[in-house]
Design a protein around this ligand. Structure first.
Ligand SMILES: [Zn+2]
Ligand SMILES: [Zn+2]
Length: 395
């Protein structure tokens, strides 16, 4: 069973929805137009309930199969798409490019929302399943952790389900292929910041000050040992300084220097170690030089970890849609972050990658020239629909 025929029939309509979302991008928790259109379409499709306002701009559509909840024995699954754009100035020059300055659908969430809408339309029309499908349209994946806010606002209490599934397009991987993985698939993240406060002085009279630039240099060097000398070599971890700021001119030693960066990891104990070592090196080195430093380790999204049985079920649906040659086990996770992790921490589930084709040299996600590939819309929608029909069979 490849792409579902009925879904292929409305591919042109899905393309129009996707390009309309693309023209009107909205960022974290401001997806008012986007979620308004989603809710309107879900009602048009005949969803049994359409709930808005969860995590501000989130929407959940409820689709009951034949026999409803009772007929389905209380069985239910959640399918989740993110809907937000990024604060990027688009440079594609496409006819349907962003009309909002400084905002762009540069991660393909316009496509994610559309694929789930396509599946919702098919499922509401055919009802070839028993039990309940919840289609979850989540705001603020790129910033603000909308996935966490939905869980905090009772997503899984209000919509009881056994499993939840997510999907992301992957440009550079063959078009219509699926990439799956047991266990960790995306990393946990933290924004890190160190503020070193010494004593400023004339650049020609350094003995009268306490140079925070020299101290910052020592700290940056020492931080390189955290991953290299503390994490077991087969485990994953990153500690990157991406920003260093201090001073204004040639001949003045400044008072303060600021370092900012990112930390990534998979295992909670590795995250705890990164935090402890980052904090002790920053404060300890500054103190050894007679200065002061403040270290901030601001945790963001937890690691995205796939549950084994849900992953087997996701792979089975992907195989039905794409065939054996195009369903591939990922050899390793990526160090990117993803707030679907909050849902996976609360419910068993799986997060799968859908190959978006084009060349690996073409613009990747978060690039001002990236664009979602509309050719994969019916493939993603068919995956969602197949997953629902396989997991919630009528007999
Ligand atoms: Zn992104
Ligand atoms: Zn994304």
């Amino acid at each position: 069973m490849p792409i579902l025929n009925r879904i292929a029939e409305f591919h042109p309509e899905m393309t129009a929805w996707r390009q309309d979302f693309h023209t009107h991008p909205e960022t974290a928790f401001e997806e008012v137009r986007t979620s308004g259109i989603i809710a309107e379409k879900l009602r048009q499709f005949g969803c049994d309930e359409v709930v808005t306002g969860i995590a501000r701009t989130g929407v959940v559509g409820v689709i009951r199969g034949q026999g409803g909840n009772e007929g389905g024995g209380g069985r239910a699954i959640g399918l989740r798409a993110d809907i937000d754009a990024l604060p990027i100035e688009e440079a594609t020059g496409l006819p349907y490019a962003s009309q909002t300055r400084g905002k762009m659908h540069a991660c393909g969430h316009d496509g994610h929302a559309t694929m789930l809408l396509g599946a919702a339309r098919y499922l509401a029309e055919t009802r070839n399943f028993s039990g309940t499908v919840y289609v979850i349209f989540q705001p603020a994946e790129e910033a603000g952790g909308g996935g966490n806010v939905m869980v905090q606002e009772g997503l899984f209490d209000r919509f009881p389900m056994q499993r939840v599934f997510g999907m992301h397009n992957w440009p550079g991987a063959p078009e219509g292929s699926f990439y799956w993985r047991y266990g960790p698939v995306m990393a946990a993240t933290a924004n890190i910041k160190a503020t070193i406060t010494g004593k400023g002085a004339h650049g020609a009279m350094p003995h009268q000050g306490n140079d925070p630039i020299v101290i910052a240099a020592q700290i940056v060097s020492a931080l390189q040992s955290v991953v290299a000398r503390n994490i077991e070599p087969v485990e994953g971890g990153v500690l990157t300084i991406g920003h260093i700021q201090g001073g204004d001119t040639w001949n003045v030693i400044p008072q303060t220097v600021t370092l900012r960066g990112t930390a990534r990891w998979f295992k909670p104990e590795v995250g705890d170690m990164l935090e402890a070592k980052f904090t002790s090196l920053v404060t300890g080195i500054a103190a050894a030089f007679g200065a002061e430093a403040e270290a901030v380790f601001d945790r963001g999204y937890p690691a995205t970890v796939n549950e084994a049985e849900s992953t087997d079920l996701a792979v089975k649906a992907a195989l039905a849609v794409a065939g054996e040659a195009r369903v591939v086990e990922m050899p390793k996770p990526t160090m990117g972050g993803e707030d679907f992790s909050f849902m996976l921490n609360a419910k068993p589930g799986n997060y799968i990658m859908l190959g978006a084709g084009r060349s690996p040299a073409d613009p990747q996600v978060h690039h001002p020239k990236y664009d979602f590939n509309d050719a994969i819309l019916p493939i993603g929608a068919s995956y969602w629909a197949t997953l629902a029909e396989q997991l919630l069979p009528r007999d």
